[in-house]
Design a protein around this ligand. Sequence first.
Ligand code: FAD
Length: 228
Amino acid sequence: MKVVSPAFEILTPIDGIEILKTIEAVGRTCYKSEDKITDDSCVNFVQGIINRGHEAVIEHYNITVRLTNDRGVSHEEVRHRIASYAQESTRYCNYAKDKFGNEITYIDIRGGMELDPKVSKLDVAIQSQIYDEWVDACLDAEKHYNKMISLGATPQIARSVLNNSTKTEICITMNIREWRHFFDLRCSPAAHPQMREIAIMLLKAFKTMIPVVFDDLYKKYVTDAKTE
Ligand SMILES: Cc1cc2nc3c(=O)[nH]c(=O)nc-3n(C[C@H](O)[C@H](O)[C@H](O)COP(=O)(O)OP(=O)(O)OC[C@H]3O[C@@H](n4cnc5c(N)ncnc54)[C@H](O)[C@@H]3O)c2cc1C
């Protein structure tokens, strides 16, 4: 078995100012104030749009990302309905083949354990035992998966023994309004810690590229030193 950390890749080429200019062009249609467009007017315009809650205007730009996280987290991601998805298929991918190193790849739970306030307060030795139990369960699932495949089972049948920690890759396309909604729900301390882990990683990147649109959410949720 292989254990990897969650990761992301932004597939849409991002030019923050060009995005704001597109949104400004859309939004000024409402007020017929195109005459007010200058080289940098888009920054204040988009800020005003967000402050006033006129968020329909920011639906006019989509961003696509590829996330690497576990299947438990991906199940939460696909609950967001105003989005498009393409996900690694456990029906078709045969992890017992050379292409996958003949092993199951799992997403490390340590990031989630650190973000879970009850678990992170436990004695370090206990945390270590919890982690070891997880490793054993993953090894066990891999053993049974490989055995089922060697007996002739198809991946879509053998996958039944894989657990929520199984690594998946999922491409997600959302418009900027839906990304804001996604971050608002998924960076919150109420979210699942591993969902929160990947959502905060992504929010940091989005905030760097398009600060006007994501600054408020960054300030709201990325304050805990553990998420830095
Ligand atoms: C902390 C947390 C705990 C959760 N626990 C559970 C759980 O125990 N069980 C469970 O099943 N799910 C759970 N969920 C998932 C949750 O119920 C939503 O499915 C998920 O968060 C998607 O959010 P959403 O519905 O707001 O938005 P999206 O699907 O992203 O849609 C965006 C927005 O569009 C609007 N919208 C979309 N579809 C409709 C519609 N049909 N009618 C009206 N308005 C619509 C709403 O304003 C919505 O907020 C949890 C989510 C969180 C964040």
